[in-house]
Design a protein around this ligand. Structure first.
Ligand SMILES: *Cc1c(COP(=O)(O)O)cnc(C)c1O
Length: 544
């Protein structure tokens, strides 16, 4: 029975109602009301009732979802389903839009994103081919060109030539940063083992044949120790093995040590070496600390050795919108390929990764033709894409760029970086905290380090320092967990390994919500201080 008491049945008549255009005013008004409920009801409800999330354990929650049967007849009408989601599910989701939620790369999105997402669903275009998307395939090429131009800064003439040229591909929309990195390394792998003589190329013959044909035994990818684990996944999927995604040492600022990179390349490409280097990956904004590799130096090294240079700018890419901070990504224009996530600092809804290639022919290395879908020479976007059927995410990004302008995004980027800097200042001036990484972008790491500990740390020998560090690691784990469980605010936690140092548990804050200001930052720090004081009082005598 539905809420209004009528039995719900699945038959031809009721089914037609959900496909036929709503003809009368009353039905239309109802549909509009549902949209209002989604747009405002959801946010109002969360604001009124929930901080970050309701305190309820995952075990308890999983007890409620034990039903594996699909019911024969409908159980609820749309209105009841929406109400149910708002009241029964949303409170136990995570209110990522809260300005007190500063632990992850997921945050509030502008309201208009929900409208744009709705248009994408309403039109339901499939960008795999022209016959299911027509103008949206063309429109997507324009969006790709705009971002490509921001990254690679090639002359206007270049874009006039390639923007709508069927044979040129400036980039590709995929699901996320993971698939963008995979696409980039897929292209790099195929270009590293191109067809020659009797060898048709690695894409058709596979890795074993490719290595044999090229007189090699293994293929590797080089990235700093701060590389995102999606790169290791790519190593696995591409058949080179995740262990062959090799970690290059980092310097004191968690940036790739370029001398170490040069040494590695020299060793790996010695004349008797049976190793091929598929790509070197520079990171523009590491996931954990937001630091940026020296892209100029890495690019120069790659060019000298003829190695594919990929930049993982999944996080930091949109910094290119900021006049003030874009130059921190200097050197990105020399990359062969670049990953950017739309659902991170372009503030798009989940599900938008992008990969860009400096050379419009690079993606030829991964072109496929299916007789029933794409014809050679067509502009169908599916022929050079890891993804098949996919939504018109480019419509969302293109529209957002119109609504925000580069300047609008710059305001967000600048706010994040400058608030992170003020955050670092507050940490430095607070007796209870120690700053671990100075923010280069909008990510800061720090830890609880009470005065008693910091004083002993400066004087201590190696063994005692290890002991103190272990105790601090424990304290920081506890403080982070208790704050999360209290549900008012959220800061994440990670473990860093400073150069030549000891594993250090740190608190990690990501400032991307424009509503997160220093008033909120200070409140979060004070909450952590209070949590520590309470815990300390409760355990005094046990730890000292
Ligand atoms: C987030 C991130 C990724 C992975 O992106 P997903 O969209 O989560 O797949 C890759 N690299 C970096 C540097 C990231 O910050």
């Amino acid at each position: 029975m539905s809420a209004d008491g009528r039995a719900l049945v699945a038959n031809w008549q009721t089914l037609q109602q959900v496909f036929i255009r709503p003809e009368n005013e009353a039905v239309r008004a109802t549909l509009v009301k549902y949209m209002e409920q989604i747009l405002f009801g959801l946010h109002d409800f969360l604001r009124a009732h929930v901080g970050i999330t309701e305190a309820e354990s995952l075990i308890k929650l999983s007890e409620r979802f034990q039903d594996s049967l699909i019911h024969e007849h409908p159980r609820r009408k749309l209105a009841d389903v929406i109400q149910g989601i708002i009241e029964d599910l949303a409170p136990f989701a995570v209110n990522v839009a809260s300005p007190y939620f500063i632990g992850h790369m997921t945050s509030a999105i502008p309201f208009f994103m929900v409208h744009l997402q709705t248009i994408v669903a309403a039109l339901n275009q499939n960008l795999v081919k022209l016959e299911t998307s027509k103008v949206f395939s063309i429109h997507e090429r324009q969006v790709l060109a705009k971002l490509h131009r921001r990254i690679f800064k090639r002359p206007g003439e270049f874009y006039r030539h390639h923007i709508q040229r069927p044979e040129s591909t400036l980039g590709s929309f995929v699901e996320d940063g993971t698939l963008a990195n995979l696409t980039a390394l897929w292209v790099a792998r195929n270009r590293c083992f191109p067809p020659e003589k009797d060898f048709e190329g690695i894409e058709s013959e596979g890795l074993a044949a490719a290595l044999a044909a090229h007189g090699a035994e293994r293929a590797v990818v080089l990235v700093s120790g701060m590389g995102h684990y999606s790169l290791r996944k790519a190593g696995g999927v591409l058949g080179i093995g995740s262990r062959n995604v090799l970690a290059i040492d980092t310097d004191n600022h968690y940036r790739m040590d370029t001398t170490a990179l040069q040494n590695s390349i020299r060793d790996l490409s010695a004349s008797d070496s049976r190793t091929r280097i598929i790509a070197v990956v520079g990171i523009a904004g590491t996931t954990e600390t937001g630091n940026i590799d020296d892209l100029v130096a890495i690019g120069r090294i790659c060019r000298r050795h003829g190695i594919h240079f990929h930049v993982d700018a999944a996080w930091g890419g949109p910094t290119l919108m900021s006049e003030r901070y874009a130059r921190r990504l200097e050197g990105i224009q020399n990359a062969d390929s670049v990953t950017i996530d739309g659902h991170k600092q372009f503030y798009m809804p989940m599900g938008c990764g992008m990969v860009y290639f400096r050379e419009p022919q690079a993606m030829d290395a991964v072109a496929y033709h299916a007789a029933y879908v794409n014809r050679p020479g067509s502009v169908d976007l599916g022929i050079k894409s890891l993804v098949g059927s996919r939504a018109a995410n480019s419509l969302i990004l293109g529209s957002a760029l119109d609504i925000m302008g580069a300047g609008g995004y710059a305001v967000l980027i600048d706010h994040g970086i400058e608030t992170a800097r003020a955050f670092a200042h507050a940490v430095r001036n607070h007796p209870l905290f120690e700053l671990i990484t100075e923010p280069e972008l909008n990510i800061i790491t720090y830890r609880v380090c009470p005065p008693a500990y910091s004083e002993r740390l400066t004087a201590a020998g190696n063994r005692e320092r290890r002991q103190l560090n272990r105790a601090l690691n424990r304290i920081n784990k506890v403080v982070q967990r208790l704050q999360r469980e209290a549900g008012r605010s959220f800061v994440s936690r990670t473990t860093l390994l400073p150069r030549g140092g000891m594993e250090t548990v740190v608190l990690r804050a990501v400032i991307m919500n424009p509503m997160t200001d220093m008033h909120i930052v200070n409140a979060i720090l004070e909450e952590q201080a209070a949590i520590y004081a309470d815990w300390e009082a409760g355990t005094a005598g046990l730890t000292s």
